[in-house]
Structure formats: C-alpha cells, structure tokens
Write a protein that binds this ligand. Sequence first.
Ligand code: ZN
Length: 688
Amino acid sequence: MKKLMLLAVGALCLLGCQKQTKQEINYNVERFYDLEVLRFDVPDFDQLTLEQKKLVYYLTEASLWGRDILFDQNCRYNLAIRRLLEQVYENYPNKEDEDYILMTKYLKRVWFSNGIHHHYNEDKFLPEFSQVWWYDAVYQQPEDTLKKILGNNYKDQFAAVSNVMFNPEVLKKKVNQAAGADLILTSACNYYQGVTQAEAEEYYATHKDTSEEPLWVGLNAQLVKDKDGQLVERTYKVGGLYGEALEKVVYWLEKAKEVAENDEQRLVIEKLIEYNQTGDLKTFNEYAIAWVKDIESRVDFINGFTEVYGDPLGITGAWEAMANFKNLEATRRTEILAQNAQWFEDNSPTDKAFKKEQVKGVTAKVINAAILGGDCYPSTPIGINLPNANWIRKEYGSKSVTIQNITDAYDKAAQGNGFAEEFMLSAEEVEMARKYGSITDNCHTDLHECLGHGSGKLLSGVTKDDLKEHGSTIEEARADLFGLYYIADPKMVELGIMPNKDAYKAEYYRQMMNGALTQLVRIELGKDLEEAHMRNRQLIANWVLDHTNKENPEVEIIEVPVPVDKTQQDSPACLKHFIRVNDYEGLRQLYGQLLAIIQQITSTGDYQMAKELVEKYAVKIDYNLHKEMLARYEKLNLAPYKGFLNPVYTPITDKQGNITDIKIDFTEGYAEQHLRYSHNYSPLPTFN
Ligand code: ZN
C-alpha cells in the first residue's frame, strides 16, 4: 500500500508537477532503548509569503547554533564525549564489530539526551561496549584530531572523560533533588563549578533583586570562584561564556530582523540581539515584554535561556529554541467557537439558573513548529506558556500556545503501533479513529479550553474552593463533558468545524475506552487514581456505564474470546475486555445528563455530592481489569519516550544570490541529522 503511494508520487514528479507534490512523510524513524525518534510535518509552510519563509529560515538557523550550549550545560564532559564518539563512529574501520555496534547505540542515546544522562529520569546511562575496546578505538584516531578535540594534554583528558563514561559512581545524576545531600555537588549539571549549595544560595540571596520589576539574577550565568576564592558569575553572552555560539545566533537574528513582519516583532528581535550581546537582564525583561505584546505576527519564536528545571537551585535557564508560525485553520476554529460562545451557553443541557447571561469565549493560539532546538530537541513539549517571570505575567500577560503539528505527529506515529488494534473492539472503530481521531481530538480540546472552563456560573456566595480537594476533578469533568456534549451537535458541522455528523463517534469511542480501560496502563498495579484529569476521565466513563439502560445499554464493557495467535486457526483463545458502543446518540444524552449534574455541583458548591461522585467512580480501580490492561500494553512493546527529527530547510537562490524560495525536506535520517549538526553548527570549545 505504502509502496504504491510512493510510486504515484514519483510518477507525478516525472510529469513535472513537483511543486504540487507533497512529500510522503515517514513518521517513525528509529527505536532504541526506551526511546523512539519520530518526524513531524510542517503543514502550510507553502502558504507563507516569501518574506515569512525567509524569517522562518533565519530563525531555524538561530535555533540550531545553540545546540552545543545545552550539551555543556547538562554536564561539562558532554561535548568531549560526543565529539570522541562521533570521531570513532565515522572513522572506525570495522562497522560489524560488536563493540562498535554497542557504541553506536550509546551515541544515539547521547544525541537524544543532549548528553550522558537520561533526558527524563536524569540518571547517567552506562556504555555497554568494553572500556578496553574504547581505549583502543580512540587511540587509533590521529593524534592531531585527539589534540583538536581534547587539547594538548589529551591523554589525561581522555582518561578523565572515560572515567566519567564508565565509572557508575561518577556524576551519576544530572540534577539531584533528593534533600539531605549538597544538591550542587551531587548534580552533574554545569551551572556551578567549585561552588557548594550553601555558597550559591547565599550568593543568590544577597544578589536577589527585590524591586518591583525585578531582574532575574543568575538566569544567564554559571557561578564559579575566581582565583581569590570570590564567587563570580560567568555570563552567557557574546564575548562571555558560550560567546562563540551566541555570536552565530546573533548573526542569524540580525538577518531575521531585516524581514520582520512588523515593528513589534522587529523590537522583539532587536532586544534579543542586544541581550545576547550584553547579557544585561534589564534588556531581557524588555525583550520578554515585547515578546508577550507581539500577538499579530504570523511567525514567532523562542530562543534563549528559558526553563530552570536543569539547575538544582532553579535559577539558571537551559538554552532552548523553537521557530513556529500560527496555524490559521486551527486558530480560525477557536475564533469561531469564541464568537458563538453565547449560543453554546444558552443551549447547554444545564439548568437555566446556572447559565451565564453573558459569556465570553477564549481564543487559543495554535501553532506549527518549524524547528526544535536546544532543550526542545529532540524531546519537545506540546504546549508552551511563557514568559516565566511572574511580575511580567501579572502585568503584561503571557502567551499560551498548543503545537498542533507535534500532536498530529504523535497521532500519526501511533497509527500502526498496534495500540488501536489491541484495545478497540473491531476494525470499524480502528478505521474511525484513523479517519477522524486527530480532528475530533483537537476539536474536543478546543471546546474544553475555549468554552468549557468558561461556561456556567456560580450562585452568589459560592466559590470555587467550596469543592475543596475534589474541585479540580469536578472542574475538568465539567469542561470535558461540555466538549463531549457539543462535539456531537449539528451546530459543529454547521459552523464548519466538524467534517460531518458522524465523525464525533471516533472521540466518543476513544473517551470511553480511555476513561474506563486504557488510561490504566499509566498506573502501577494496585495503586489508586490520583491525578485530576485521569480521575475526571474515569468518573465520566464509569458514571455513564453505571447509568445505561439495563435492557438496551447505550454502551457497555464486554468480554470477548480472542485467539492468542491470530494467524493460527486453532490457536487457543483468551478473554479480553472491550468497550462496545451500541447507541452513540444515547451516549450523548448520558453525557448531557452528567454535565447537568456536574454543573449543579459546581454552581451550588455541593461538596458532599462532589465527594460521593468522585469516591464512587473516579478513584478505585478494578484490580483484574487493570492487570489485564497492563499485560496487553506490555506485549505491544511501545517506547515510553519520544523525540523528533527536524526537517531540513534549504534556500533556493537566483543568479544574483537572492533567496527566491525555501525548500523543505523530510528525508534526513537520525544519525545523519545529528552528525550534520555536529559538523556544521558546533562552535564551542570542548571544555568551556
Ligand atoms: Zn481543563
């Protein structure tokens, strides 16, 4: 099937229709250890103007030049290790050698984690190849090359680097958060050198800015001791620490400034350039404020020292980047919902006394990522809310975005991984999910965020806190039910948001399956549900299952004998549980009834009723069902962590060297991409 499609694309190219031919994207790239590498599409890039395309291109370049910074921030030996591994990877003669193959696996992991510690659990991972082989392989490399990577004293450096790689006791955790030990001395990250936790805390306590518009002291600096033992900041800036990389970032930001879409955006870029050049934190605040205010531009970006989870004291930012542009189709969807907010409020199945007379919808900004860099690469968030400075959020607001093409890529990559086939009742549900799963999931999220949370009103004297510990579960259930009720409404087709009157069934099936059965695979056997979103989903599914028509249930859990080996006719069968929906319209009425109840609980602040509902439906898990789900999930052998490859952007120029278009390509492989980045975008010294 796939081959046929590729042939068709090829034939079109021969006919000279290259421009209209969309490249077939292979979403699943590679799998190793607990990691999987995926690709993402960049829809609508073709629809950008040439100036916008150039802007995106320059910002992608600015995003790639900081890659080394994060490696060094994660651990001061990371660049040395990466460079030695890459040298051996490209030059070792026997690629069939068992140790070489194991080293390749290790290198792939180092690329994925931007260093030698697991990107998520932060533990150091150890090589599986032998240390003797490693010494031999490295010393086969030309002395000049080793000196270039490690310096003239390369023998000592190599011994130290190898000890860090192979000795399980050295630098074993990237960020240690276990109280009791010195968090800085027991963390491998590189935000401090030769400084204890007590010294750093004292330094930052005395240097903290307590003014009304405070500077984020330490955001862009490594804390070290000078030769007299005094604490000093090595600031990340051009001419300072990481200056070689930031210089390049600035070079591309300058180009981006030339093609900025408007004055607001030009100011954002100007301030960021100035901040990179000076390291001045006041300029950083000005930049952050300008960035929040720039909401009209189609193209947007993040580039700099941002999230502080990598620093055990939570002060210094890890370098991250992302260039993106507004997804107009999705943003249009949220605008339509917001414009019709009052209609939805008036027609909801809740009691009139609990409805808002005047309701305002929220427009969410939906974006497509063009490139991921630094701390967003290869593992990336699917939503972003910045800036982090609280006073700026309070005074100027924040930008909250969802990254649709990344979410879509996860969906696409999950197709064919066996999950749907294992847990959905029949080919019919699998096909429905394939066809409408993405669009209905996005629509449900839009309804939940843009209208659900803002709908309804509290009676006078009632506050959100009245529901106490059950408040967030009830609130999430309210927003989810609002979305579920309306996603099936003919109004959604009329507004041009849903493709047809049956598509919603994909979301209904998935919600019931997930809420009652499959979300359990994320919970350890024997535990209760704790998290509010998970509780809310189970509350909805289990309440519905408990309130169906007993003679003719609208939806039910059924037990089906399934052959253990589907390819064998006489294979023994085992019993498996599935959701079966018999009456989708009836299911919608049940969602409506529960929405009315949950709205009443919220509007009247009925704590007792909230407690009863949550305790009866949302917390406890059926042990045997849970065990079955875990066993079935484990058999699928899916990677728990996923990351991405970037597309390749190439400028097309005319005879005079003017850019006439930007070409985008999705075929680069995993090792290929990382080696290209290491060859072309690696300006930092090995030790900084
Ligand atoms: Zn919510």
